[in-house]
Design a binder for this molecule. Structure first.
Ligand code: AMP
Ligand code: ZN
Length: 113
């Protein structure tokens, strides 16, 4: 996707502070962190949101969640706790339309509402 900022990050065309990568997944620090640990996890291959995920994306989505758990342990926030979430479409607050998961931790997070 030519005008997708996260595709550009995945291609190395826009800088990011990468904390984990493999052939399918990239994890990097959010540019406007809202918690001491705020990392975004994306599939390298573009799809817009969870609403566009198909059955075939199940293993990939599972790997992203497990990568988030691993990063949380590496960052030392796992035992105190953290949150992994994806915003989907307008009411979900999605602003970048390349699916991504936020890993948030390092402080007490408010309940959702
Ligand atoms: P969302 O509302 O779930 O679409 O969140 C998009 C997130 O992407 C926000 O938390 C932004 O701060 C973050 N973001 C946008 N551009 C960049 C970038 N170039 N590098 C890192 N994070 C970004
Ligand atoms: Zn993209």
């Amino acid at each position: 996707m030519p005008d997708c900022i996260f595709c550009k990050i995945a291609a190395g065309e826009i800088p990011a502070t990468v904390v984990y990568e493999d052939d399918e997944i990239l994890a990097f620090e959010d540019i406007h962190p809202v918690a001491p640990v705020h990392i975004l996890l994306i599939p390298r291959r573009h799809f817009a949101s969870l609403d566009e995920a198909g059955e075939n994306n199940g293993p990939l989505l599972g790997r992203i969640l497990l990568a988030a758990a691993r990063i949380a342990r590496e960052k030392g926030i796992a035992s105190r706790g953290y949150r992994v979430l994806t915003n989907c479409n307008a009411d979900g607050g999605q602003e970048v339309f390349h699916i991504h998961f936020h890993l948030l931790g390092g402080r007490r997070l408010r309940t959702l509402g």
